[in-house]
Write a protein that binds this ligand. Structure first.
Ligand code: FMN
Length: 338
């Protein structure tokens, strides 16, 4: 396994089950760092103090052009929190969580206080899926996702204030694909946006522990040398947008995760539920490809909200079956501990 994928090589038997709490906290963080984040910026840091793990945004990795409100950053922190808690439950540790413990403008997004006394488990057992979960940008097979799987996916999200719509009809999928195409056109026409996104695209053989290697878009090693250029150039990036739109129309299902509120606490909670959804899909071998573009543009987001009868669409998800894709790089626990 190449070095920048080493973080994925985490084995249950390596967890210091008889170790002290501090070593166990580091053991849990090995699962937290495998969380998804928009262009794999991994905008997080962690600090350990006594029995507490603090999750802290790394704003040096935020995306001022692509995500000016840091919405996707907070969603990704919810994903981190979900992985951390699933791992704690799996290894028999108890926990207490406070989100935004220092208030909405405070430094930390969550603090998790751990204890060696196991708590009652609050989550479905999706721990084993953490190392299998990945974003899959391949074309999906045409076969439908079974009704009971769609039901299981919806039940991960449909709670007070959170909703998952899944569209399987051509009209609904085409409408979402059209919004995606328009979002791409608006965003890729914006040089600052293209430059910011391009700065996270890497050649396949790059040793970088973050960002998107060309292989995640299906580029060969040779093509991937130009990947950053591809994303920074309008003509090339618009051909990428055409591919994504066509894949969406041809996929068996398209999901939209929405919330009733729009604030940091809601984004974190949406992230927790989203990660549980992603892991549930992984357990059922359903692949996800994610798009935050249409929900980042106010007019398109409003259109999407009206189409679905929801308040705040947060993420567009292409769903279907495909062979697993290769993992993307990750920083290790040592890289993200302060
Ligand atoms: C909140 C959020 C938004 C995302 N938005 C996009 C997106 O707009 N386009 C995209 O290709 N991937 C998107 N992704 C997927 C990330 O690029 C992906 O999670 C990251 O590269 C890590 O890869 P992995 O999911 O395979 O571990 C998003 C992920 C999250 C958590």
């Amino acid at each position: 396994m190449s070095d920048n994928l080493a973080a994925w090589d985490v084995r249950e038997e390596d967890f210091p089950i008889a170790g002290d709490l501090k070593d166990q906290m580091k053991g849990l963080l090995r699962y937290a760092v495998l969380s998804p984040s928009g262009p794999n910026t991994q905008p997080w840091k962690f600090s350990l103090k006594g029995d507490e793990i603090s999750i802290i945004p790394d704003f040096s990795r935020s995306l001022p052009a692509v995500d000016p409100t840091d919405r996707t950053l907070y969603i990704s922190h919810g994903c981190v929190l979900a992985n951390l808690l699933l791992a704690a439950e799996h290894f028999g540790l108890g926990y207490d969580v406070t989100c935004l413990p220092d208030g909405p403008s405070g430094e930390r997004t969550s603090v998790v206080r751990l204890s060696k006394k196991p708590a009652e488990s609050r989550f479905p057992d999706l721990f084993q899926q953490i190392i299998r979960r990945h974003t899959n940008r391949k074309p999906f097979e045409g076969r439908a996702i079974e009704e009971e799987k769609l039901k299981a996916l919806k039940s991960c999200i449909n709670k007070d204030g959170f909703r998952l719509d899944i569209l399987t009809d051509s009209q609904g999928k085409n409408q979402m694909a059209d919004l995606l195409a328009r979002a791409h056109k608006i965003q890729l026409g914006n040089k600052a946006f293209r430059k910011e996104l391009a700065s996270w695209v890497r050649p396949n053989i790059s040793p970088a522990k973050d960002g998107l290697p060309g292989y995640s878009f299906g580029y060969t090693d040779f093509e991937s040398f130009f990947g950053s250029f591809v994303f920074g150039t309008f003509d090339m990036s618009s051909s990428r947008a055409r591919i994504e739109t066509a894949y969406m129309k041809a996929s068996p299902a398209v999901g939209v995760l929405s919330t009733d509120r729009e604030d940091k606490m809601t984004w974190i909670k949406a992230g927790v539920l989203f990660e549980l959804l992603f892991l549930k899909a992984t357990e059922m071998d359903v692949r996800f490809d994610l798009f935050s573009q249409p929900t980042a543009i106010a007019e398109l987001r409003q259109e999407m909200a009206e189409m679905l009868g929801v308040k705040y669409p947060q993420l567009l998800i292409r769903m279907g079956y495909a062979e697993p894709a290769k993992h993307t790089p990750r920083r290790t626990v040592e890289d993200v501990l302060i």
